[in-house]
Ligand binder design. Structure first.
Ligand SMILES: CC(C)(COP(=O)(O)OP(=O)(O)OC[C@H]1O[C@@H](n2cnc3c(N)ncnc32)[C@H](O)[C@@H]1OP(=O)(O)O)[C@@H](O)C(=O)NCCC(=O)NCCS
Length: 173
């Protein structure tokens, strides 16, 4: 098995849909979310990343733009969602490779805060920490403190940015 991690291109869209559909238990929601985000200005092509084995797409990660609202200020940040690895390829470090690549690319592109709602046992190893303790808020989704997380990719970024994360409209169907 030799896994290639690369940027998604248009000819991958069909397989990316299927990977999300299958990984999320034959549910269309996440596959459709990816399609809605792609159609907006929050989509950053280099942040739609796939894992490929032998020409077949077996994993996908999407990071896209969102805002943190601090009084009259708007800070551009990145949200991670969704991530999917086909079940027969899980627990082999592919999710990890996708996230490492995604975070490196965010940094290269000058995005220094990445936020997500996710499993509290999976994301801390990549540097994600509960976000509310840093003065960040999320009101659109009612979630416990430990699942709303942030990863700081540049020192002091969390000192400079506070406020409410606003997921774009694409996240609401
Ligand atoms: C979440 C998800 C993307 C993780 O992908 P993955 O490729 O299995 O992730 P990894 O292999 O990097 O890590 C998964 C686990 O396998 C372990 N693992 C990694 N490499 C391993 C190896 N070579 N041998 C055994 N275990 C390994 C990791 O330690 C990790 O366990 P831990 O979280 O308890 O520490 C995948 O499970 C998935 O698609 N789930 C369904 C969709 C979903 O829920 N997405 C997240 C919400 S957006």
């Amino acid at each position: 098995m030799s896994i290639i991690i690369r940027t998604e291109n248009e000819s991958d869209f069909f397989q990316v849909h299927n990977v999300n559909f299958i990984a999320f238990g034959e549910r269309e929601d996440e596959a459709r979310l990816v399609e809605r985000i792609r159609a907006t200005q929050n989509f950053v092509p280099q942040l739609s990343i796939i894992a490929e084995d032998n020409g077949e797409i077996i994993g996908h990660l999407l990071l896209s733009k969102a805002k943190i609202i601090e009084d009259e200020k708007r800070h551009e940040v990145i949200v991670l969602a969704p991530i999917a690895v086909r079940s027969d390829y899980q627990k082999q470090g592919i999710g990890k490779q996708l996230i490492h690549e995604g975070l490196n690319r965010c940094k290269e592109l000058g995005y220094y805060l990445v936020l997500l709602i996710g499993h509290p046992s999976y994301y801390p190893k990549f540097g994600f920490r509960p976000a509310r303790q840093f003065g960040l808020e999320l009101k659109q989704f009612e979630v416990p403190d430990e699942v709303f997380m942030v990863c700081e990719l540049k020192e002091n970024e969390l000192k400079n940015i506070k406020g409410e994360l606003e997921y774009p409209r694409a996240f609401f169907g």
